[in-house]
Design a protein around this ligand. Structure first.
Ligand SMILES: Nc1nc2c(ncn2[C@@H]2O[C@H](COP(=O)(O)OP(=O)(O)O[C@H]3O[C@H](CO)[C@@H](O)[C@H](O)[C@@H]3O)[C@@H](O)[C@H]2O)c(=O)[nH]1
Ligand SMILES: [Mg+2]
Length: 204
């Protein structure tokens, strides 16, 4: 069996090593190196589906909305880094579209009702280990869109603090390594590079 568009890949077999919350598969495959030699290789792939994230920004206030929550994998890596500051994000349920997911997560996690969002980046977050592809959005927010306190779903054991912080401070937090989540850094830098938040726009 050959993989789509790849004639240097064949005989792919999949063994599920673990299937609880998500699925860990070992995938074995024959791969032909540039020198022509074929080798049987093996890679573990963790599959928890795809994800969506959003950076909410307000031009008048020059602020962004972020979340703060405990992340066990980050704590496991470095116990001082367990509390993670991130853009609002959620896993995409099987049949959902990324936009539907992010509109729902925005209400659940930060309490803002948005009706539209702009897809600005699509990125594999860790393509050597995760199957996950992330869809990254931006949207403007204002206080009229705040319809609930947010904080995440108790039924899902979510415990999310909502932060509204000046954009300039968020950029400083990247420099100080207080924001170390990749999707969040990408979104903040997208807003910076594309000048979505600049003082002139706010009339400052
Ligand atoms: N029991 C159990 N529950 C889990 C596990 N992993 C996640 N959950 C539950 O599933 C919920 C997932 O919440 P979401 O808001 O949908 O996802 P997320 O954890 O914020 O993930 C988002 O960010 C991740 C980190 O950047 C992304 O990896 C992911 O794709 C998504 O965008 C969590 O609150 C938790 O209740 C697990 O291993 N075990
Ligand atoms: Mg989330």
């Amino acid at each position: 069996m050959f993989c789509k568009n790849m004639n240097n890949l064949k005989n792919i077999t999949k063994t599920t090593l673990s299937k609880e919350w998500a699925r860990l598969d070992r995938i074995d495959y024959d791969y032909q190196f540039k020198n022509g030699e074929w080798k049987r290789l093996s890679r573990e792939c963790y599959n928890r589906g795809n994800g969506a994230a959003i950076l909410l920004y307000n031009v008048e206030r020059q602020t962004v909305i972020l979340t703060k929550q405990f992340r066990m994998p980050a704590y496991e890596n470095n116990s001082r880094e367990g509390m993670s500051i991130e853009a609002c994000a959620g896993a995409i349920d099987n049949n959902d579209k990324p936009l539907e997911t992010i509109i729902r997560e925005t209400e659940e996690e930060v309490g803002y009702k948005i009706s539209e969002a702009k897809l600005v980046l699509t990125a594999y977050t860790s393509p050597g280990a995760l199957t996950e592809k992330m869809f990254l959005f931006v949207a403007e927010y204002d206080e009229n869109m705040k319809i609930s306190k947010g904080g995440g779903l108790e039924s899902e054991d979510e415990d999310i603090e909502i932060l509204e912080i000046p954009f300039s401070e968020a950029l400083e937090m990247i420099k100080k390594e207080e924001i170390i989540d990749a999707k969040t850094i990408m979104l903040l830098q997208y807003v910076q590079i594309n000048k979505l938040l600049i003082p002139e726009k706010a009339g400052i």
